[in-house]
Design a protein around this ligand. Structure first.
Ligand code: GLV
Ligand code: GLV
Length: 305
């Protein structure tokens, strides 16, 4: 069995994969270019893919008829053309569950960093600026009794709600089929936890931002294209909303340049699941999905039934 791993993964998962077949992994730790990816997968029975790999019909074709499974090391799988693969009899799996807490922790951390001006305060000190404690110095806003609006009440959205409730926040939800307008009007904090699909692309556009309170903030830890990043920069500059904290970007790894100059914006480089524990569990789960399929068994996490 030929197993292609598109980018370095934790050793524990490689051990599992090596027991199931011959593993190929690129030497350099960087995203493969589309051409390199197609070349690498030739003759593969299984592919372990990353969220930055576009896996479509051309990749399946390049792999050839032996391809049986693509295991994405992520809960999101918007990078995979699932119908194109299933149409060829290829199973697609993801890694739900194991990154729920890590991602909710980061989303809540971003919320605190923004409302309590943690990143901004850190920048101030590093700039060697003079400062002194006084009662009006660098005031943020409290979370207690504020309303958190969760867009996408899945596992991560619910974990975010649990954290918010522990901080004394009131939580409202909006799911796939609910209208978003009421939530956007009510919420002091809007946190995005829906997957990226055709329906959620630019869910937060200029019109949605206009519905939000001028005192409200936006948190995005799901996928960049759920937000129209240029419209967000416009809204922040026009003070239509009070701030934003983003872990994901519309054109990753690029960031809308106007956001980089704003003090009421906190930015992190797609770190939602980035803990040693979680990344190891994600890679192990991907390996488990691969070994199940190669052994002729049902994988634990197919994205389609
Ligand atoms: C990370 O962004 C994931 O989808 O797991
Ligand atoms: C703040 O530092 C306080 O002691 O209240």
């Amino acid at each position: 069995m030929r197993i292609v791993v598109t980018r370095r993964i934790p050793e524990a998962a490689l051990v599992e994969l090596r027991a199931a077949g011959k593993v190929w992994m690129p030497e350099e730790d960087r995203a493969l270019e589309p051409g390199e990816l197609r070349k690498a997968v030739a003759g593969a029975d299984a592919i372990v893919s990353m969220l930055h790999d576009r896996i479509d019909a051309s990749v399946a074709e390049a792999a050839g008829p032996g391809l049986r499974v693509v295991a994405n090391v992520a809960v999101g799988y918007d990078n995979i053309d699932v119908p194109a693969l299933t149409g060829r009899g290829v199973l697609v799996t993801n890694t739900p569950g194991v990154l729920t807490d890590a991602t909710a922790d980061l989303a809540f951390g971003l919320l605190l960093a923004l409302t309590r001006r943690i990143a901004e305060g850190d920048r101030l000190l590093r700039a060697r600026q003079p400062w002194s404690f006084h009662l009006g110095f660098m005031l943020g806003t409290g979370l207690q009794a504020k309303t958190l609006g969760i867009v996408g009440p899945g596992q991560i959205g619910q974990a975010m709600a649990k954290r918010a409730e522990a901080f004394g926040m009131h939580v409202v939800y909006s799911g796939r089929s609910d209208p978003k307008e009421e939530l956007l009007r009510q919420a002091d904090v809007v946190s995005l936890h829906c997957p990226l699909t055709a329906e959620t692309r630019h869910l937060i556009d200029a019109a949605a931002l206009k519905l939000m309170k001028p005192s409200a903030i936006l948190i995005n830890t799901t996928r960049g294209p759920v937000v129209d990043e240029s419209a967000l920069a416009d809204a922040l500059l026009a003070r239509e909303i009070a701030g934003a904290a983003l872990d994901v970007f519309e054109r990753e790894p690029a960031v809308e340049p106007r956001l980089l100059d704003l003090d009421n914006v906190v930015l992190t480089p797609h770190l939602g699941s980035a803990t040693v524990e979680t990344r190891t569990q994600m890679a192990l789960l991907a390996a488990e999905n691969i070994t199940a399929v190669l052994a002729g068994k049902e994988p634990p996490n197919p994205v389609h039934r």
